[in-house]
Design a protein around this ligand. Structure first.
Ligand code: ADP
Length: 379
């Protein structure tokens, strides 16, 4: 029997808000998304009252989970700060001094009190979480994130991949994975395994169109849960495929995920480099070290004769990296086999491990590993 929105509302009507009114009458509920036994919504309250609402959030989650047929319930508590009001959050706790305007929404499930969900909270079992980001879509971010993860795997590391590109989760397409993750005895989602990687994508949980209409707080809630409510096991590196762009959603994400570093993907075109620069600035704002820039679709290599042509005026990203004083991690050519293998669910590093392109991804992986040496060695 499929779960309905009405059933969810009936249960929530029995949960009391801090002022005594029923939760459904408190004018704090977002839209309720119900999809194949999975229920997502957020409770949006004033930041000053966030602490009092945390128990309501967990009560609401419990109530929804108790509905027969519900397999997952994600309820986010988001605290909106009134314009001009002093921030109740001690900036040093989140390490976000100097970050303008992004914090109109408190991270989900993070009440005003110090919380283990704060940026500094590492994820048990994972030595380093890194972001793969791009200033705009279509530059090959997801393709690079997956092949980089495989390159790191080839270096002998235990690697996971989290597809946080909520607006267009491409990991199901890139890996051919379509299964729904199961829950373990502790009700944590078990990541899917493929190519020796632990993989999680919002695309495994909901249809792409559903994710696209989510509002900011729900996006953050889903990503936070994918990070923390997944039984990742022991990993040296978790690669997070970020949503493209440098808007508030990305900044909030960069702020709330305990990142050890970020890799920026850019194509050689000027516009993309401008966007990449924005990406650099974004990570700088939230004190996440930029591990370096990768130039994707850097040059064209003729599949027949192997001749290389710099059709896009390649080298822009290397130059830019030098100018900005961040490492340049490598250049990946525009090549049919990179496109064909990623579009058919058998990424290149897996399907052509001995080819020249797999070697490039491994070399980029080695540079990334070098920079994460301390974090990985400390595990
Ligand atoms: P993004 O995540 O930045 O939106 P994708 O990784 O989905 O980008 O890549 C966009 C398209 O470009 C895909 O069809 C992918 O196969 C292709 N692509 C990515 N990198 C390369 C490359 N180096 N050579 C050829 N095609 C590529």
């Amino acid at each position: 029997m499929s779960v309905t929105q009405q059933q969810v509302l009936e249960r929530l009507a029995k949960v009391a808000s801090p002022h005594g009114a029923a939760l459904t009458d408190a004018k704090v509920l977002s839209d309720i998304a119900v999809n194949d036994g999975k229920v997502f919504f957020s409770i949006n309250v004033d930041a000053a009252e966030a602490r009092a609402w945390e128990s309501v959030r967990s009560e609401a989650e419990k109530a929804v989970r108790a509905i027969p047929g519900v397999t997952t319930a994600m309820v986010a508590l988001t605290a909106e700060r009134k314009a001009g009001a002093a921030s109740p959050a001690a900036p040093h706790r989140h390490g976000t001094q100097g970050v303008p305007h992004v914090s109109t929404h408190r991270p989900p499930q993070q009440p005003a009190s110090a919380s283990p969900m704060s940026k500094q909270a590492e994820i048990p079992g994972i030595s380093a979480v890194i972001a793969v980001a791009s200033g705009k879509g279509g530059v090959g971010k997801s393709t690079t994130a997956l092949n980089l993860a495989l390159g790191l795997r080839d270096l002998g590391l235990r690697v996971g991949l989290l597809d946080a590109d909520i607006y267009g989760p491409s990991v199901p397409r890139l890996t051919g994975l379509r299964d729904k993750p199961q829950l373990n005895a502790g009700r944590k989602m078990i990541p899917l395994q493929r190519f020796g990687l632990a993989i999680m994508s919002i695309g495994f949980l909901v249809e792409e169109e559903t994710a696209m209409i989510w509002r900011g707080p729900m996006v953050m809630s889903a990503i936070t849960q994918m990070l923390r409510d997944v039984a990742w096991g022991t990993l040296d590196i978790l690669v997070v495929d970020m949503p493209p762009g440098t808007g508030d959603a990305q900044l909030t994400l960069a702020q709330n995920v305990p990142l050890k570093g970020a890799v920026i993907i850019s194509t050689p075109q000027d516009l993309s480099l401008i966007d990449a620069r924005r990406g650099l600035a974004m990570f700088k704002k939230v004190n996440v070290p930029v591990l370096g820039i990768v130039e994707n679709m850097s040059y064209f290599q003729c599949p027949q004769c192997g001749t290389r042509s710099d059709i896009f005026g390649h080298g822009g990203a290397r130059h830019e990296a030098e100018r900005l004083g961040v490492p340049f991690l490598g250049e990946i050519p525009l090549h049919m086999s990179i496109r064909a293998t990623s579009d058919s669910g058998t990424p290149l590093v897996e399907s052509e491990p001995d080819g020249p392109h797999a070697a490039i991804y491994r070399a980029i992986g080695a540079r990334v590993r070098e920079q994460l040496h301390d974090a990985i060695a400390a595990a």
